[in-house]
Structure formats: C-alpha cells, structure tokens
Design a binder for this molecule. Structure first.
Ligand SMILES: *[C@@H]1O[C@H](CO)[C@@H](O)[C@H](O)[C@H]1NC(C)=O
Ligand SMILES: *[C@@H]1O[C@H](CO)[C@@H](O)[C@H](O)[C@H]1NC(C)=O
Ligand SMILES: *[C@@H]1O[C@H](CO)[C@@H](O)[C@H](O)[C@H]1NC(C)=O
Ligand SMILES: *[C@@H]1O[C@H](CO)[C@@H](O)[C@H](O)[C@H]1NC(C)=O
Ligand SMILES: *[C@@H]1O[C@H](CO)[C@@H](O)[C@H](O)[C@H]1NC(C)=O
Length: 205
C-alpha cells in the first residue's frame, strides 16, 4: 500500500540520500519539485548572525551594520518578494594577500521559472554594496547594487541533525551558495516596496 504519507517519506529519503551521496552532482539537477517540502516563505540564513530585515542595511542613508561573522541570508514571501543579505570574504588566487570583503543587500521580486530555476529581479535603486579590497586604489565606498540573479536550481530538505528545514541555492554557473536554515516565518524583511529613488511608474518612494 503506497499511501500519500509514505510517498512523502520516500521523497524525504531520496532527497536526503542524493544530497549526501552526490553533493556535487546534485548542483546540476532541478531540485525544485522533489525537494520542495515546505514553502519558500520565510527568512533563511547560513547562521544566526546574518539576517535580512532589521538593521543589516539602511539603503536610504547608505549604511550597513556589520554582522559579527560572515554569512548569507535570503527572505521570500508567498507573494513574490525577496530580500538578500550577504557578508562574505573572497580570496584572490593570484595574490593571496588580497582578500576582499564585501557586504551587499538588495530586495525586489522573484520568479520561479518553468525549468526549475529562480530569477531575482531587484528594485534597481535600493540595492547597496560595500567592498573592502586592501589591494584596490579606492575601497570602502558604499555604492548602488542591482544584480539580477539566476539560480539554476534550489531545494529545501529536512536537516535531521538540526531538526530544521535547510535551503540550498545553486547559482547558474554551478557554484553552490552556502546552505541556509529557516530562521523565521513570516519572514523578517524591510518593506517590500521601493525604499529609495523612483519606481517603475516613475513615482518617488
Ligand atoms: C512548494 O510547496 C509549497 C507548500 O506545499 C507550495 O505552496 C508551493 O507552491 C510549492 N512551490 C513549488 C515551486 O513547487
Ligand atoms: C542611518 O540611519 C539609521 C536609522 O535612522 C541610523 O541608525 C544610522 O546611524 C544611520 N547611519 C548613518 C551612517 O548615517
Ligand atoms: C587579484 O589581485 C590582483 C592584484 O594582485 C588584481 O589585479 C585582480 O583584479 C584581483 N582579482 C580579483 C578577482 O579580485
Ligand atoms: C531556465 O529559465 C530561465 C528563465 O526563463 C532562463 O533564463 C534560463 O536560461 C533557463 N535555463 C536553462 C538551462 O535553459
Ligand atoms: C510606484 O509607487 C507608487 C507610490 O508609492 C505606487 O502607488 C505605485 O503602485 C508604484 N508602482 C510600481 C510599478 O511599483
């Protein structure tokens, strides 16, 4: 007898096995249908120090509040809005002393595409980034950031170790984003509308 609930359990087991055994390969697969065990809605973070909403970024006065540690966080609503917060270090293979720190924030609308990918469409005037590059002539400026982003696939699994939902976003170039766990639902987000500049109909925020 194959009940609905045992089908769900099987889906969990397959999703779990795939992500453990074929971690690298899974990045190529469309995870959206098999791994969508809960809604995208909520705030997801790689660790509790980095979260969307709150004081991470104030786009109006171009300021960031630096988290205690690096990490990433995304929030999604059921109505098609997203918010993204990242604080990361990247090393430079050519010059290992040139470790670049960047902190960025943007929000806007997202779409789930038919082929299982996800596209973020930021509100162009609201995104902000600050790059600290010890090897660049000019560093530390906070500037506007507007990065339309395509994630080739995404998936949500149950992390039995933590007893929490885990989200994996995989970039179009195959790079896996750090895994994130569900921190809050409803999500913690700044208002899901243009906060600065003018919106698509030319009206000021
Ligand atoms: C994911 O699951 C939620 C809850 O069951 C559902 O509302 C949503 O439409 C699903 N999304 C996709 C892309 O399948
Ligand atoms: C930006 O505005 C926030 C909220 O009013 C304030 O807490 C923060 O100190 C301001 N930052 C700068 C750099 O002006
Ligand atoms: C790496 O550092 C060199 C200078 O040493 C610089 O020219 C290059 O743009 C850097 N690459 C990245 C990806 O930051
Ligand atoms: C998936 O769909 C998106 C949106 O239509 C598109 O930009 C992307 O190129 C597609 N990916 C592949 C692998 O076809
Ligand atoms: C632009 O902003 C105005 C005022 O807040 C709002 O009424 C309108 O719906 C917005 N248009 C778009 C396309 O977001």
């Amino acid at each position: 007898m194959f009940t609905f609930s045992s089908a769900r359990t099987l889906a969990f087991a397959i999703a779990g096995a795939a992500s453990v055994a074929f971690g690298g390969v899974a990045a190529q697969a469309d995870l959206s249908s098999t791994n969508n065990i809960t809604s995208l809605a909520g705030t997801w973070s790689s660790n509790s120090h980095v979260e969307t909403g709150g004081s991470f970024c104030n786009p109006a006065n171009y300021s960031f509040t630096y988290p205690l540690t690096t990490g990433i966080s995304y929030s999604f609503t059921d109505t098609g809005f997203f918010e993204e917060a990242q604080y990361r270090f990247t090393s430079n293979a050519t010059n290992p002393k040139c470790i670049t720190a960047y902190i960025l924030w943007q929000h806007g609308k997202f779409e789930l595409n038919d082929n299982g990918s996800m596209t973020l469409y930021p509100f162009p005037s609201d995104g902000r980034i600050q790059v600290q590059d010890p090897c660049a002539a000019v560093t530390n400026l906070i500037t506007e950031y507007n990065q339309q982003t395509l994630y080739a696939d995404w998936g949500i699994t149950m992390d039995s170790t933590r007893g929490n939902y885990k989200m994996q976003l995989n970039r179009f170039d195959g790079a896996k984003m750090p895994p994130m766990w569900l921190m809050a639902n409803p999500p913690n987000m700044l208002p899901t509308q243009y906060l600065t500049g003018v919106n698509a109909s030319g009206q000021a925020a």
